[in-house]
Design a protein around this ligand. Sequence first.
Ligand SMILES: Cc1ncc(COP(=O)(O)O)c(C=O)c1O
Length: 293
Amino acid sequence: MSAVVWVDGTLHSANAPVLQAGNHGVTVGDGVFETLAVRDGDPFALTRHLVRLQYSLDRMGMQAVDIPFVRSGIREVLEAEPADVARLRITVVSGPGPMGSVRGTGKPNVIIWGGPGSAPGACRAVRAPWKRNERSAIAGVKSTSYAENVVMAQFAAKQGADEALMSNTFGYLCEGTGSNVFIERRGEVVTPPLSSGCLAGITRGLVLEWGAKAGMPVRVAAPGELEMAVLDEVRHGDAFAAVSSSTRGLAPVVWLDGADLREGPLLRRVGELYESHADVEHDPPPPRTRATV
Ligand SMILES: Cc1ncc(COP(=O)(O)O)c(C=O)c1O
């Protein structure tokens, strides 16, 4: 399976040297990104991802990107490897800069990578001993400064897990290193609010919207409603959990800190609903205003 990369308007093979060593994205992680699944050859929920990309750029104080230009890059990547591209990654780095944290005046680079995806499946999770800082300057930004997530993902992998779930600094359930989290208990499904410091996941948003539209009991938890201790209930089988992301969809947590878990029956129905909508609606229009919960 081959991967392909498009940088600032030109296609390359995936391992071509395309950035300068002094790029501020490389030296200090000064950039933002999006990861998308490809469904039947279409970049899934592309408009929503592009809206979030612009939001992340804005929060980082970076220049806006030309959206039609990015769309053309995605088309070129998909046309170059139509059979192999199951996952797309859009990265915008701030460009050449000094060897310090202050950004240079260089032109940002837009990088679009297309290649094989990972098979979605059930999630094996651990609880991370570290916290998401909901008051961070980049809380809720999909920044390339993901070193914290790398450390937590390594921590999970060492224990045979593929995701680490974390709380925020108040001890409330927040998210995973690359996913949002949903809890089923007392006949409903709830997910932490954005004020917990989690990313406004595209999948999370669609699960909430499509679930509500179908009249299912799926909602955003009130701030402070979901203590991290809810995962003790999950571990004891009194509640159920699932994680959501563009590459996983809504995936049940079937193992948590050494305990095998059952899939939540309601979460399973919500997951099926999500898949059936996503199969036919490849670019759901973004909400008119950015979600604030
Ligand atoms: C920290 C974090 N939270 C949540 C998500 C899920 O977001 P989405 O559904 O937009 O893929 C991701 C995706 O990579 C993530 O990195």
